[in-house]
Design a protein around this ligand. Structure first.
Ligand code: UDP
Ligand code: MG
Length: 317
């Protein structure tokens, strides 16, 4: 019998685990001819998430836990889940019920029909404010402008991926990773289905993404998939040079033609300020990339984890 793994990353989600499990269990019962493995990834939670998952592992042999030794972040948590998943397809979802299990039967059905990647598209996210939606739109616009790999907007990390593509994804071993981008990189032209869904509010707890985490994700997303900002640095240089030449011509014109010499200090302050700013921006951009190289060349393991499962009922080891 074919098997589907459901990978759920959870960081401080104690209020959601039990409810999510109940909803999952209800939906999975509707699906025939497929076995399931429910793989919770505990991303170093500081609350009782670990014990909530442990209870489920004890009572249901489909449930397993990849327990990360500390918080590694959502992208690495999904990677860890993917590495331990044994299914012929893997479904990724969040633990806060914003990715409703209700859609899983439809996703699995599409896979059974031959689709190899089933994506979801948020059509109306009642949980997000207009300001957030505006920021997200602007972010994706800039990202796609700067990045060579196009990344879709409103494409959450709620998706089903066939084993063939899971194995492709496992071939990427960069530290800094953005699943959405990696997936766009390997995305085939056919056998992809998109299911629309409405994301409800979080069932319990608060979002783990504050402004600075989101900003870091935004910068990482750009630098991971593009070197265009480095070209941008060169353009800044040319722009600075052009401005300086124009200013020089203006000063000469004022001095010799208009006989109205420009006071020296004002021009010097402007030029020094402008050139300084351009240099700082350029250095910053180069620094971002050097920082990435520094992290990547060490080739450290992506995470530290244990697999926790019912030992006696473990059938396929
Ligand atoms: N998450 C995680 N590690 C982290 C941050 C978040 O595993 O360091 C999980 C979190 O528990 C949730 C999912 O990633 O299941 C998405 O996080 P969240 O709901 O906070 O993001 P949002 O939906 O607000 O974008
Ligand atoms: Mg959420």
């Amino acid at each position: 019998m074919k098997k589907v793994s459901i990978v759920i990353s959870a960081y401080n989600e104690e209020g959601n685990i039990e409810k999510l499990y109940q909803e999952l269990d209800k939906e999975l019962k509707k699906i025939e001819k497929v076995g399931f493995e429910i793989l919770f990834v505990n991303d170093g939670s500081k609350d009782t998430t670990f014990f909530k998952i442990q209870n489920l592992v004890d009572k249901d042999n489909r449930v397993k836990m990849v327990n990360l030794k500390r918080n590694f972040g959502h992208e690495i948590a999904m990677t860890a889940g993917m590495d331990y998943a044994k299914g012929d397809a893997v479904i990724f979802m969040d633990a806060d019920l914003q990715h409703p299990p209700l859609y899983i039967p439809e996703m699995v059905k599409a896979w059974q029909e031959g689709y190899e990647i089933v994506l979801t598209k948020r059509v109306d996210n009642v949980a997000t404010s207009r300001f957030y939606k505006f920021c997200a739109k602007t972010f994706y616009f800039i990202l796609n402008l700067l990045s060579e790999t196009k990344i879709g907007e409103s494409m959450p990390d709620f998706r089903l991926i066939d084993r063939k593509y899971v194995d492709f994804l496992k071939g990427f071993n960069e530290q800094d990773r953005l699943f959405r981008g990696l997936l766009s990189w390997i995305m085939p032209n056919d056998k992809v289905k998109i299911i629309d869904f409405v994301a409800p509010e979080r069932f319990s707890g608060t979002t783990k993404y504050n402004f600075f985490k989101s900003l870091k994700l935004a910068i990482d997303s750009i630098t991971q998939f593009s070197v265009r900002p480095l070209h941008l640095a060169t353009y800044f240089g040319f722009l600075g040079a052009a401005c300086s030449v124009l200013l020089g011509l203006y000063v000469i014109f004022e001095h010799f033609i208009e006989h109205n010499p420009t006071p020296g200090y004002a021009t010097i302050v402007c030029v020094v300020g402008f050139v300084g700013a351009v240099q700082l921006i350029t250095l910053g951009i180069i620094g971002e990339y050097i920082g990435k190289i520094h992290i990547e060349v060490k080739k450290r393991p992506l995470y530290l984890a244990d697999l926790i499962e019912q030992k006696d009922k473990n059938d396929d080891k």
